[in-house]
Design a protein around this ligand. Structure first.
Ligand SMILES: [Zn+2]
Length: 408
């Protein structure tokens, strides 16, 4: 589809980085630029714009004025600092075109539509600038209060509430329809579809993720004269812990994924032994018991190993996102649509977090994946072929049509 390709290319130019990627952190000037363009695209297509208090944007196709119900599709336009052009943007832009296509089909089939349809752009899905991630969709689902979301601060102490106000996206026109179903189309960001040459995946649920942020407390000293045996080096303890995580995951040998991807060191001077370090760890697995076993053993081990070198540890944050299931009927519907379109469909659980998982807490939600080449994501080289993007789009449009016209 030329139109889908052109839209993706157009949005990739906003916040474009020199290496071909996208850096469009939530509620920044480039996010505003992408939002402004999205708002114009909503208007160009005759959809009704709505922006709620946390900045979630909607373009509504009122195809059944007699109904108060709406089926929503969408994803996010924000990105990681080293983002690619498909993560999030694909689902929003394919959603925009699918809403338009389904509306045309409803016009050509009077009486078929039973509910309305909308495309959404959820605020701060990535959680790169503000934590926690999935902010807009969590507020929409009612699992995060608007006040708590506004109070999230970035590294410079700016709150999300202030940042949204600054770019003019603290909206006052919430979606007035009752959401009855949600469908999200996204690139897989892993290589499981590619491994089996699958066209699309109907995602059945999510792995458990435990996010633990650990503070290592040592003591400051001059890097030169302080005798080696007396140093209480927080960075050394952090380094031991990072390696220990890999060792513990390998020892469990259950296929868990884990990372230590962020660190802050104080005072971060070349001439001061680090007195304090904070590391953000993550452990993921389909089976919650595996996550708990690895992480508990890991915490015990790093506490002991830090103590051996005079460093104490404390847990600054410990967030457990439980393994969850997506709506079963939605999985079956996506599977039957894909089969009817002659596509090869897989079903598995997502390792990554998505707005669909947050929305599932209040509305039956579905998540559709298309392959990511090499499984690469959060990387400027993230790539999905046009053929794969088009197949995913076809599944989305047909799924939305069936949801909007279903008699149940
Ligand atoms: Zn995403």
């Amino acid at each position: 589809m030329t139109e889908l390709r052109n839209l993706i290319t157009g949005f990739a130019a906003i916040g474009a980085t020199d290496d071909g990627g996208v850096c469009r952190l939530a509620a920044t000037a480039s996010d505003k630029q992408a939002r402004d363009l999205f708002l114009r695209e909503i208007g160009n297509r005759g959809l009704v714009p709505r922006i709620d208090g946390i900045g979630n944007m909607f373009g509504v196709a009122i195809i059944e004025p007699g109904s108060n119900d709406v089926v929503i599709t969408g994803s996010h336009l924000d990105s990681q600092p080293t983002g690619g052009r498909y993560d999030g943007a694909y689902g929003v832009l394919a959603g925009l075109l699918a809403v338009e296509e389904v509306r045309e089909r409803c016009l050509a089939n009077p009486g078929a539509a039973r509910r309305n349809l909308a495309v959404a752009n959820w605020t701060n899905e990535e959680g790169a600038r503000f934590q926690p991630s999935l902010t807009g969709s969590s507020v929409f689902a009612g699992s995060l209060s608007l006040q708590d979301a506004y109070a999230c601060t970035d590294g410079d102490g700016v709150t999300l509430g202030a940042a949204l106000a600054a770019i003019g996206y603290r909206g006052v026109t919430p979606l007035e329809y009752r959401p009855v179903r949600y469908v999200e189309l996204h690139v897989e960001q892993g290589d499981r579809l590619e491994q089996v040459s699958g066209d699309v995946a109907a995602v059945s649920g999510a792995w458990m993720t435990r996010k633990i942020s650990v503070v290592f407390e040592g003591d400051y000293s001059h890097t030169g004269p302080m005798p080696m045996a007396l140093r209480r080096d927080a960075l050394r303890a952090a380094a031991r812990a990072i390696e220990a995580l890999y060792v513990e995951v390998a020892r469990e040998n259950a296929g868990a994924h884990a990372s230590a991807a962020r660190i802050s060191v104080y005072p971060n001077s070349p001439n001061v032994v680090a007195g304090q370090a904070r590391v953000w760890f993550e452990i993921r697995h389909e089976d919650e018991a595996v996550v708990v076993a690895i992480s508990d053993r890991f915490l015990e081990r790093i506490e002991r190993e830090a103590r051996e070198i005079g460093v104490g540890i404390s847990i600054a944050a410990d967030e457990k996102r439980s393994a969850s299931s997506l709506d079963r009927d939605g999985v079956e519907m996506v599977r039957s649509v894909a089969r009817d379109l002659g596509l090869k469909i897989e079903t598995f659980k997502t390792i990554t977090g998505h707005d669909a998982l947050a929305i599932q807490k209040c509305v039956p939600a579905s998540l559709i994946f298309v392959p990511s080449e090499g499984g690469l994501s959060h990387n400027p080289r993230e790539f999905t072929t046009q053929d794969a993007l088009d197949k995913g789009y076809a599944v989305l449009a047909e799924t939305l049509w069936r949801m909007v016209t279903a008699r149940e």
